[in-house]
Design a protein around this ligand. Structure first.
Ligand code: ADP
Length: 493
């Protein structure tokens, strides 16, 4: 099977590399820059394994230069009327949508995901820019009833200052716009550090921001060694907030390293989402929920359903219908319109899914679809009869392996679902209003999909509890995370 996967989309790949949006330099203070050292970091095409480009391996001084540029731009940007900032964000949104197809193709080239998923990511990512273009004008303050005659008490909202966004490779466009749009709307300036595997989507967004007229220094995009950039931005007195999406380990390190400078932190970390399907669930709805919650982005999502708990009465019908749907999915080159599941980001990602699969099978689970992956290709797979102590119940699989665990009672399901240090997303399927009300109350997660796996939306608050993170992105709460409250107390009136 693997031998047949010869790339047949060379022309598509060349078209991306020849596009003006395919920038391979960092953006600092409005200038496109290579590293003074000439050093670069190669970017791979996950499907072919070939190098498709290279971005600058910036040094400390150059990263500091980006922080300085953001600081220099802050005063003017923060004092512009919110309506003007909103207008520039709206223009940026228009340019993103006008370049939707090429931006999607850049994602497919550097991340490997199927084109249809990449297009959906552009729509989702752009929605944040559109949403916050409007939200910019709604950073309202408060008038507080005075505590004495002749006094006026007010609370205003101010942008926190220079911010840093550190983003992962799984949604190279949307994870960035989700941070950039509220930050810029609030009046903050930004240094963005995309994942080394997928920096090209971020650089393309930088180019379009520049074309939209967003002033020099307001948005800077840096590339280079993550640990060095992490050290500089956490220890900087100038950087007032870091917004990070990635692993819990790096999030914990950033929090610790930001301690001495008391920064604000937005952390969107690992998940280990449970999906609970109760006996009274609508079968079609449950299957649809499971397909999206598990296989969106090939399972490489922090809200992917890692553990699928199915009640005994519906178990066999669910597993059979789920197996049929999974077996019909197409594994292949992301550039093929027919592809549902592209390559995973690297071979280590496939090794991890294989490890989870092998361990569960050894402990007695049954393989019903798919099987082990090879290279970067991991077929969509289904195992049932998984034990609650399996490795995959404790670690994020981050791949297209669906694991079904049978349960009997409501209490058992909730107890199993909450048996994790994480609490990002959860999903429940039921048609009983009482079960839904109880389960949404009892489940420990920042978000819960009820009879749906499709929960992400720019207007809704995304974020976790427990070790899944701090803060919320999207919605008006996402804007709050980039604003400080200033209390004003005036006497003698
Ligand atoms: P993943 O497993 O998704 O790659 P990581 O947490 O390793 O998750 O990476 C998420 C983002 O954090 C990436 O942009 C990565 O380059 C960055 N990163 C990794 N290590 C550090 C670090 N020490 N300091 C700052 N950023 C880091």
């Amino acid at each position: 099977m693997m031998e047949q996967m010869v790339p047949t989309h060379n022309a598509d790949r060349d078209a991306v590399r020849n596009s003006p949006l395919f920038k391979q330099q960092a953006l600092i203070g409005g200038r496109w820059r290579s590293a003074a050292s000439g050093g670069t970091i190669a970017v791979d095409d996950p499907f072919t394994g070939e190098t498709i480009g290279a971005v600058p391996d910036l040094d400390r001084q150059e990263v500091q230069g980006a922080i300085d540029a953001a600081q220099a731009a802050f005063k003017d940007w923060s004092r512009r009327p919110a309506k003007d900032r909103g207008a520039l964000l709206r223009r940026w949104h228009e340019l993103i949508m006008a370049n939707r197809e090429m931006l999607a193709r850049i994602i497919t080239l550097e991340n490997g995901k199927a084109l249809k998923e990449a297009r959906a990511e552009i729509d989702y990512g752009a929605a944040f820019v559109e949403f916050y273009a409007d939200e910019a004008t709604r950073a309202f303050g408060e008038v507080i009833p005075a505590n004495a005659p002749g006094r006026e008490l007010r609370a205003t909202r101010e942008p926190v200052g220079v911010c840093v966004a550190i983003t992962p490779w799984n949604f190279p466009n949307a994870m960035l716009t989700r941070k950039l749009a509220p930050a810029l709307a609030a009046g903050c300036t930004m240094v963005a550090k995309p994942a080394s595997q997928t920096p090209l989507s971020a650089l393309a967004l930088g180019l379009l921001a520049q074309e939209a007229g967003i002033p020099d220094g307001v948005l800077n995009v840096v590339t280079g060694k993550a640990s060095m950039i992490g050290e500089i931005v956490t220890s900087s007195q100038t950087v007032r907030k870091i917004s990070f999406t990635g692993s819990t380990g790096i999030g914990a390190w950033l929090m610790q390293a930001s301690g001495p400078t008391i920064k604000r932190l937005g952390l969107e970390l690992g998940g280990n989402a449970p999906l609970i399907i109760f006996d009274d669930a609508d079968l079609d709805m449950a299957i649809e929920t499971a397909m999206v919650a598990k296989f969106r982005n090939s399972g490489q999502s922090c809200i992917a359903a890692n553990r699928i708990y199915v009640q005994a009465g519906i178990h066999d019908r669910f597993v059979e219908a789920f197996r049929t749907r999974i077996a019909a999915m197409v594994l292949g080159d992301g550039f093929d319109e027919a592809t549902d599941i592209g390559p995973l980001i690297d071979t280590a990602a496939v090794d991890k899914v294989n490890e989870h699969l092998d361990e569960a099978l050894k402990a007695g689970a049954t393989l019903l679809a798919g099987g082990r992956g090879e290279g970067r290709m991991m077929p969509p797979s289904l195992i049932a009869g998984v034990r609650q102590d399996a490795l995959l119940t404790r670690e994020e699989t981050f791949g297209p392996l669906a694991a079904v665990i049978r349960f009997d009672s409501y209490e058992e399901a909730i107890c199993l679902a909450n048996d994790t240090p994480f609490g990002l997303a959860s999903y429940i399927c039921s048609s009983d209003p009482r079960t839904i009300a109880r389960a949404t109350r009892d489940i420990e997660s920042g978000m819960c999909g009820i009879n749906t796996g499709l929960i992400s939306n720019a207007a809704a608050p995304f974020g976790g509890v427990k070790q899944s993170g701090l803060g919320r992105e999207g919605s008006h709460h996402g804007l709050e995370d980039y604003l400080n409250i200033k209390y004003l107390c005036q006497a003698g009136l």
